[in-house]
Design a protein around this ligand. Structure first.
Ligand SMILES: Cc1ncc(COP(=O)(O)O)c(C=O)c1O
Ligand SMILES: [Zn+2]
Length: 403
């Protein structure tokens, strides 16, 4: 028997999970994304919950009483359990940095891919497919490389070389399609579902958010159950940010905490789709805009988790902000110099967001803050080409310099 039910985010209709059920057809695939709901009263009786007994370094599967899948492979044991650093930054003491670039494929997306793979295997699928701005695909390909199940990937042809390399090296079938992520998403969704493949497209698969919410659980346990006032994270389709809210909400619901942080979404000024919907106010609806940004992972004009990303962030008391591409590049280099963390553009935006909010006096130096750094900068070296200034020096000149 399943440990959860599914509930439509818009009409609230409830469904029992079954293979092939991805969204509420009455509401459509963006308005009708599904929430995964557990029996929270019975989870309160779990021994880990009753004793507040968790491991700061264990994989995300230590929270399997709140997950729709169990640990299956040796790789799963290394998904999650990522570092929570503390640095004095921008005048604030002990800014928390949840660094997810240390997952097996170097991004936050491993949390979702691991769950999707385990559910697809459980259902006996022979192929899993995904459209992606890059990280979701590469995490799926990396984590699924060792199974018998085939990986089929659809990405915009312009994705960074590092992410494409991960796909090819992991033996996935790759379609690098001319067009934007939004175009690739819609077309591949239709093609893959027609084939009967298991779908790991953002948002439409409700279980992805379940894996991602473990980032919030880890922030809580690694910070000894002290909940920060603010969480900042980069936003594209809106699943990661929604998952953070759900994670904090669920730990409160099962009595482990009594606070949900204000969650702030950072988008690129060139393509701020969810911010536009959020700022317009309720009732939230779908949007489709064109635009571009250097932060490829959040270059999304038709966000698929827009309804949760607005509803949950409003419930948290948070909001959305934007950064220009120049501010995003500055975020990468400043974060690197101050902490040693090399984040990809979408991963660095929480730092720039914090800087902006301190400047605008929306966050004060006495507030407690956590930045969620979602991806490793080594995947997208091209983005920082312009700031790498080291020149080759001859051995003779080097000796002269040190005279
Ligand atoms: C590194 C990184 N940060 C942030 C995001 C944004 O996540 P979401 O699309 O769920 O909003 C992504 C998504 O691809 C990502 O790869
Ligand atoms: Zn519905």
């Amino acid at each position: 028997m399943s440990n959860h039910i599914l509930r439509c985010i818009t009409c609230k209709k409830e469904f029992d999970p079954k293979p092939g059920l991805y969204y509420c057809v009455d509401c459509g695939y963006i308005m009708g994304t599904l929430e995964v709901i557990y029996d929270y009263e019975s989870i309160k009786k779990e021994s880990a919950v009753k004793e507040k007994k968790f491991d700061k370094k264990a994989s995300m599967y230590q929270f399997d009483f709140l997950l729709p899948a169990k640990l299956k492979s040796q790789l799963d044991e290394y998904v999650g359990g990522t570092p929570l650093y503390k640095f004095d930054l921008l005048g604030i003491k002990d800014v928390l940095i949840k660094y997810d670039g240390s997952n097996p494929s170097s991004s936050y997306k491993d949390r979702a891919s691991s769950i999707a793979i385990n559910r697809a295997l459980e259902e006996g699928n022979d192929t899993i497919f995904c459209a992606s701005t890059g990280n979701a695909a590469s995490s799926l390909a990396v984590l699924n490389a060792h199974t018998e199940m085939k990986t089929s990937i659809f990405v915009p042809a312009a994705i960074p070389a590092g992410k494409l390399a991960q796909l090819e090296i992991s033996g996935a079938e790759v379609f690098a399609v001319e067009g934007t992520y939004d175009e690739v998403y819609d077309l591949s969704l239709e093609l893959g579902l027609k084939k009967g493949w298991y779908c790991r497209h953002a948002a439409i698969n409700p279980y992805l958010l379940e894996g991602k919410k473990t980032g919030a659980f880890e922030i809580i346990i690694q910070n000894d159950f002290n909940i920060p006032d603010y969480i900042l994270v980069g936003v594209g389709d809106g699943t990661v940010i929604s998952s953070l809210y759900k994670g904090f909400w669920e730990f409160k619901e099962i009595g482990l905490t009594d606070k949900i942080p204000k969650i702030i979404g950072v988008q690129a000024e060139g393509i701020p789709a969810i911010k536009k919907v959020f700022d317009k106010g309720k009732p939230y609806s779908t949007i489709s805009i064109h635009g571009k940004t250097i932060a490829d992972s959040i270059s999304v004009g038709k966000p698929r988790d827009v309804i949760k990303a607005c509803t949950y962030i409003d419930a948290s008391g948070g909001f959305y902000i934007t950064l220009t591409d120049e501010e995003i590049l500055d975020s990468i280099t400043e974060l690197g110099k101050l902490t040693g963390i090399f984040a990809e553009p979408a991963g660095a935006v929480p730092y720039g967001g914090l800087k902006k909010l301190i400047y605008e006096e929306k966050i004060s130096k006495t507030d407690t803050v956590c930045l969620v750094i979602t991806g490793n900068g080594l995947k997208d070296i091209k983005a920082v080409e312009g700031v790498i200034r080291t020149e080759t020096i001859s051995t003779k000149d080097l000796e002269k310099r040190f005279k």
